[in-house]
Design a protein around this ligand. Structure first.
Ligand code: HEC
Length: 153
């Protein structure tokens, strides 16, 4: 009796799970909290990675630096998807409303930042101005975006 009852419950739970899986589009599986916290975590990681890239490049360790550059490039691409309209406030976000008023400009800056990291990985071992190259292809992109799209603090 008990076994039979359990099987009915299991079938019921499976049915609900199947319905849930198919009734939401992929993106809404993440909550607003998960999206905001997720993008903050990626930005923080990129910051740490950028500092590592600078140290490795200045020591001439280009192979390691290059793989980190490509990692940052991929992270920027992922970030583009983490600014849906409903994540404009809450959870200590520093994202400014200007993002959603100028979504194309914002996305273009993110894409440029991503492409510049690929470019950086191609030129870093050929330049005699490592610091200047890091500034123009990596650090300047942070500032260009933050000055318009991130709250000052
Ligand atoms: C195209 C835009 C853009 C680019 C490029 C960009 N950022 Fe940001 N960054 C943002 C926005 C928007 C936020 C605010 C996110 C939030 O709070 O929801 C942010 C937040 C951050 C944060 C705070 C994360 C936290 O925990 O709150 C750090 C650190 C950061 N960025 C570092 C960088 C660095 C370093 C670079 C360059 C190597 C960079 N960002 C490039 C837009 C950008």
């Amino acid at each position: 009796m008990i076994l039979k009852y359990n099987i009915v419950i299991l079938k019921y739970i499976s049915l609900i799970l199947i319905l849930l899986t198919f009734s939401f589009p992929a993106n809404s599986e993440l909550s607003v909290e998960e999206i905001i916290k997720g993008r903050k975590a990626i930005f923080s990681k990129n910051y740490k990675t950028a500092k590592r890239v600078q140290i490795l490049s200045s020591k001439g360790e280009f192979e390691k630096a290059k793989s980190l550059m490509l990692e940052m490039s991929d992270n920027y691409k992922a970030l583009i998807e983490l600014f849906p309209e409903n994540t404009n406030k809450g959870f200590k976000t520093e994202a400014l409303p200007t993002i959603w008023e100028n979504k194309n400009e914002f996305n273009d800056l993110m894409t440029k930042a991503s492409n510049n990291m690929v470019k950086l990985s191609e030129v870093i071992n050929e330049t005699d101005n490592i610091k200047g190259t890091l500034t123009s292809l990596m650090w300047s992109n942070c500032k260009a975006c933050h000055s318009k799209f991130r709250e000052e603090h």
